[in-house]
Design a protein around this ligand. Structure first.
Ligand code: CMX
Ligand code: CO
Length: 146
């Protein structure tokens, strides 16, 4: 079941400046930064709140690391701004994606790929979702001591 907003993805040209804007303006200081080579981004996950399903809700700031990446293409066409929304599942993301595909929505990957902080992700085509690129996320379960 989809049980939370996992994150909102925001395309930016300068990740460090964007992180600083969100820190200075809103006081969001819980920041995790990583590079996802496969997705072609350097990204920051700013935690906003814990969710009732054991996951959390984040802002995801995305800076392209390659000119042919989806974020670079989006920036060239639209400039900076909201790029996608992501729903979190409390179950298996592949099962979630298959259930949605059965309703006639195009799922972009045959199998889940690696997302932020070791999560498993897939995407739904924006043209089948009212113009909204939509991501599905299965977070890594929290284990004792982490
Ligand atoms: N939101 C809404 N519509 C979008 C969009 C977005 N983010 N990106 C593209 N589109 C629209 C375009 O406006 C275009 O519409 P028109 O034909 O009406 O002009 C159409 O989709 C095709 O766009 P395109 O620029 O030609 O882009 P592509 O088809 O090459 O790629 C997509 C679009 C969604 C398949 C590609 O961006 C993709 O595979 N996305 C998933 C991966 C991703 O976004 N990774 C970065 C984030 C990583 C993370 O969240 O961890
Ligand atoms: Co995302």
């Amino acid at each position: 079941m989809l049980t939370r907003i996992d994150h909102i993805g925001i395309a930016c040209r300068d990740l460090d400046a964007a992180v600083e804007f969100y820190r200075r303006t809103y006081g969001f200081t819980d920041v995790h930064i990583e590079v996802n080579e496969e997705q072609g981004v350097r990204e920051a996950m700013l935690k906003i709140n814990d969710a009732g399903d054991g996951g959390a809700t984040y802002l995801q700031l995305l800076e392209p690391i390659r000119d042919d990446s989806p974020i670079a293409k989006f920036l060239a066409k639209n400039g900076e701004g909201v790029h996608h929304i992501a729903f979190g599942t409390d179950g298996d993301v592949q099962e979630e994606a298959e259930g949605i595909a059965a309703k006639g929505v195009r799922v972009l990957y045959d199998a889940p790929r690696r997302g932020s902080m070791g999560s498993r992700i897939n995407f739904l085509h924006p043209k089948d979702c009212g113009g909204v690129l939509t991501e599905l996320v299965q977070a890594v379960p929290k284990t004792a001591g982490r």
